[in-house]
Ligand binder design. Structure first.
Ligand code: FAQ
Length: 302
């Protein structure tokens, strides 16, 4: 008899109506929902700079990027819904703390250079993590990731260009860019999740081809990608232990502060409370829109 694992091993795609183990379904719901929540909470750190962008061009670019993030949230909630869960249930789980969003969005954005550092590092890390997800075994998630990754490439590029402009501007602009990179570097490395030895879900998710690479492998890939880019930017990465290891063919890097990661996941990061309070109030204030949309749909159906 052909088992589910045989189909996965043969690189078959799983589609919504196919039989699947309950644990495969719940693992996907957890990961896709967390990803969707990250996209919409991730609009907050940058959203606060739209009205303060230094030029019309920069404002238009930032507006488009934040709008894309809302769109990514929509594709991802749509992908999660194909697994038989309602969007309202997922939002309830976010609001009452049963589901997570990425640790990275619990850090503040005090300067304009943060827009560059988010684009370069946060979107850069997102791409490294998400390109392999285009080959995820679950069809709707994999297909959503293709378009998302194309847009993330533009996001990363605009952040890099913004930082490059600041880094080649006045000494004050350059130090603003350096300060942003100093603050975002380590949290970006944490985006890939705990070390492989402590990653509870990796082994099963990799066997099911939901995840295609381990957390540490993707983190290493990201470090190797960023070091030469930082050199071109003329900025330093805040890690004295960062050096090329010819034997491994990779850059070695310093110890990540996993205590900080755990605090952020436990709800005690610099901006956790603000992010959740803002999300809940936006949801409450939008209740009349959902109600109007439902009434309109009901009337159109009649
Ligand atoms: N933050 O066993 P693992 C973006 C949790 S990019 C919070 O290794 P897994 C784009 C994990 O849920 C960001 N929690 O877990 C953008 C689990 O918790 P549990 C979103 C984390 O799932 C850019 C526990 O730790 N991207 O939004 C984090 O196998 C700019 C044990 O961990 C995605 O979500 C973390 N960083 O691997 C938007 C990508 N890491 O359930 C706006 C898809 C781990 O035991 C602006 N997701 N945890 O309570 C994934 O690839 C995976 O879910 C990982 C984690 C790699 C994040």
């Amino acid at each position: 008899m052909v088992t589910f694992q045989d189909l996965i091993d043969a690189d078959e795609r799983v589609e919504p109506r196919d039989d699947m183990p309950e644990a495969y379904r719940t693992t996907l719901i957890r990961q896709i929902a967390q990803h969707a929540h990250s996209e919409i909470i991730g609009m907050q750190p940058e959203g606060s700079w739209i009205t303060r962008a230094p030029s019309l061009k920069r404002k238009a670019i930032l507006l488009a990027k934040v709008q894309d993030e809302a769109g990514h949230g929509l594709y991802l909630y749509g992908a999660a819904e194909t697994l038989g869960v309602a969007r309202e249930e997922l939002l309830d789980a976010l609001h009452d703390g049963r589901q997570r969003y990425s640790s990275i969005f619990n850090y503040p954005t005090p300067t304009w250079a943060d827009m560059g550092a988010i684009g370069w590092l946060v979107d850069g890390a997102a791409i490294v993590n998400q390109v392999p997800l285009c080959r995820c075994s679950y069809g709707p998630y994999a297909r959503a990731m293709v378009r998302i990754c194309k847009e993330e490439s533009f996001h990363q590029r605009q952040g890099y260009e913004l930082l490059h402009t600041l880094a080649h501007g006045t000494p004050e602009q350059k130090s603003m860019a350096q300060d942003a990179v100093d603050r975002w570097w380590w949290p970006s490395l944490m985006m890939f999740g705990p070390p492989d030895t402590e990653s509870t879900h990796s082994a099963q998710s990799m066997a099911w081809k939901i995840k295609r690479h381990s957390n540490d492998d993707l983190r290493q890939r990201f470090v190797d990608m960023c070091v030469p880019q930082a050199e071109i930017l003329g900025l330093t990465l805040p890690d004295p232990d960062l050096r090329w290891n010819a034997g491994r063919g990779h850059y070695d890097f310093g110890e990540i502060d996993w205590g900080e990661f755990k605090r952020v996941l436990a709800g005690d990061g610099p901006m956790n409370r603000e992010r959740m309070a803002h999300r809940k109030s936006a949801h409450d204030e939008g209740a009349w829109v959902r109600e109007a949309a439902r009434a309109y749909a009901a009337r159109s159906a009649r």
